[in-house]
Design a protein around this ligand. Structure first.
Ligand SMILES: Cc1ncc(COP(=O)(O)O)c(C=O)c1O
Length: 391
C-alpha cells in the first residue's frame, strides 16, 4: 500500500478540450488562455489575471512589476519559510531580500514576526507574504501592523488555492498574488501559474514582460493604440519594456478551464481527508498546524511537527519504508541554503523557521486518498509510536 504526495486525474472534458486545441491548429497562447484568466479572476474575486507557465514565473513577473515602483537596493521583507522562487525574484529585480521568521504553529508570518522584522528593518519598502501549505496567513493582522509602515504587499499563494480568510480568497488582499498549477497543487495545468491583481497598470506590465516586452502584450486596446502611436516602429514588433517568454499554451489553459470549474469539489474532498488525518494524528499525539478561526482551509499536504530532529528523521524513515511519501516543509529556513545565504546578513535569528526545518515533515493529502490508505497510515503510525506491527 502506498500514500503518494499527490495524485491527479484528468477528466474526459479536460482530455477532449486538449485534443480539440491540438486539432484546431491553434496551440500557442490565445482565446483559451484569455477565458481561463477571466474565470480565474472571477473565482479569486479580483479584476485581472495573467496566466504564465509556472508559479515561479508568476512570482518573477509580480516582483518585477513591483520593482518598477521601488528603487534599486530597496529592502523587501519575505518569509524565511517558503520556496526558493519566493526569494530569487527579489534578487533578480535588484532588490534586497530580508527574511521574516515564521510562527512555527501556523507556518506563516504572524504579526509578532512582522513587528520584529520592522524593528530591525524600519526602512523596508515592501512585504511578500506566502500562504504556506494551504493555510492562509493572517492578512488583516499583518495589514494592521503595517498601518504605521505603509508598504505594498505581494502574496505568494502558490501553495494555497481556494482557502479563505474572513471569507476572502488568498491572493486578493495585496497589490497582487501568485498561484501555481504544477502537477502536485490544488489544481493543475501540468505546469502553469497565474498573477492576480485589481491594478490594471500592474496587470498590463506583467502581460508585456510575459511576451518578449512587446506592445502586443497589452490587453487594453486604447492604451495599446496610444503606445503604438508614439513610435514609428512597426507595431507588430514594437518592444516597450524588458521582456521574457513566460507564456503558457492553449493546452495548459484547456485543462485549467475545467480544473477550475471542479476545484471547489476537490477542495471539499481535501477538507474531508484532512479531518480524518487530524483524527489519526491526534490518536498518536502528533502535532499538526494551527489554523486561524476565521479561515476556511483546504490544505495542500499534511504537515506535522515532531519534538526534535532525531524523532522527525525516525518517523520520516518509517513512513517512507512503508510506502508513505514524505517531504521537508517547503524549503525549510531559506537562510540555511547556500544559494540564498550569500545574499543575506549572517547570524539571523530565525527560531521559528529553524524549528520547522528541524522538526517538520509532511505527507500527501489529496482528494483521491482512500479509506484503505488512511487505515494504512494509521497502522504505520501505530507501529512507529506504539510498537504495533504495521500491516
Ligand atoms: C510557496 C511557493 N512559491 C512558488 C512555487 C513555485 O511554483 P512552480 O513550481 O509552479 O514554479 C512553489 C512551488 O511549489 C511554492 O511552494
Amino acid at each position: 500500500m502506498k500514500l503518494e504526495l499527490c495524485h491527479q486525474e484528468f477528466s474526459k472534458e479536460e482530455i477532449s478540450e486538449v485534443v480539440a486545441s491540438l486539432t484546431s491548429g491553434f496551440v500557442t497562447m490565445g482565446d483559451k488562455v484569455a477565458l481561463f484568466e477571466k474565470n480565474f479572476a472571477e473565482y479569486i474575486g479580483v479584476r485581472h489575471a495573467v496566466m504564465v507557465n509556472s508559479g515561479s514565473s508568476a512570482n518573477l513577473l509580480m516582483v518585477k512589476a513591483l520593482a518598477k515602483r521601488l528603487s534599486p537596493g530597496d529592502e523587501v521583507l519575505l518569509p524565511a519559510l517558503s520556496w526558493s522562487t519566493t526569494f530569487w525574484p527579489v534578487v533578480q529585480s535588484g532588490l534586497k531580500p530580508v527574511l521574516v521568521d515564521c510562527d512555527p504553529e501556523t507556518l506563516n508570518i504572524g504579526p509578532e514576526q512582522l513587528e520584529e522584522a520592522l524593528q530591525r528593518h524600519p526602512s523596508a519598502k515592501a512585504l511578500i507574504v506566502a500562504h504556506i501549505m494551504g493555510n492562509p496567513a493572517p492578512m488583516k493582522e499583518l495589514q494592521a501592523v503595517l498601518y504605521d509602515h505603509p508598504m505594498p504587499i505581494l502574496e505568494d499563494s502558490c501553495e494555497t488555492l481556494g482557502s479563505t480568510y474572513y471569507g476572502q480568497k488568498t491572493g486578493s488582499f495585496g497589490v497582487a498574488g501568485s498561484f501555481s498549477f504544477f502537477y502536485s497543487h490544488h489544481m493543475t495545468t501540468i505546469e502553469g501559474g497565474m498573477i492576480v491583481t485589481d491594478d490594471l497598470n500592474f496587470a498590463e506590465r506583467c502581460r508585456v514582460m510575459r511576451s518578449h516586452g512587446w506592445s502586443r502584450g497589452l490587453n487594453d486596446p486604447v492604451f495599446r493604440r496610444e503606445v503604438e502611436a508614439l513610435s514609428d516602429i512597426d507595431p507588430r514588433f514594437l518592444f516597450i519594456d524588458e521582456g521574457y517568454n513566460l507564456r503558457p499554451t492553449e493546452l495548459n489553459a484547456a485543462i485549467g478551464i475545467h480544473q477550475l470549474a471542479s476545484l471547489d469539489k476537490r477542495n471539499t474532498k481535501r477538507k474531508i481527508v484532512n479531518r480524518k488525518m487530524m483524527d489519526i494524528a491526534r490518536e498518536f499525539s502528533v502535532d499538526t498546524i494551527k489554523v486561524y478561526e476565521e479561515t476556511d482551509v483546504a490544505l495542500f499536504a499534511f504537515p506535522v511537527m515532531l519534538e526534535n530532529e532525531t524523532e522527525r528523521d525516525a518517523l520520516s524513515l518509517h513512513l517512507e519504508s512503508n510506502g508513505i511519501q514524505t517531504r521537508p516543509i517547503v524549503a525549510g529556513n531559506l537562510a540555511r541554503h547556500p544559494g540564498m545565504a550569500k545574499h543575506l546578513a549572517s547570524g539571523l535569528k530565525l527560531n521559528g523557521a529553524n524549528k520547522v526545518s528541524d522538526c517538520g515533515l509532511y505527507w500527501g493529502l489529496h482528494p483521491y486518498v482512500t479509506d484503505e490508505q488512511l487505515m494504512h497510515l494509521e497502522k504505520t503510525l501505530a507501529s512507529h509510536f506504539k510498537g504495533v506491527k504495521a500491516a
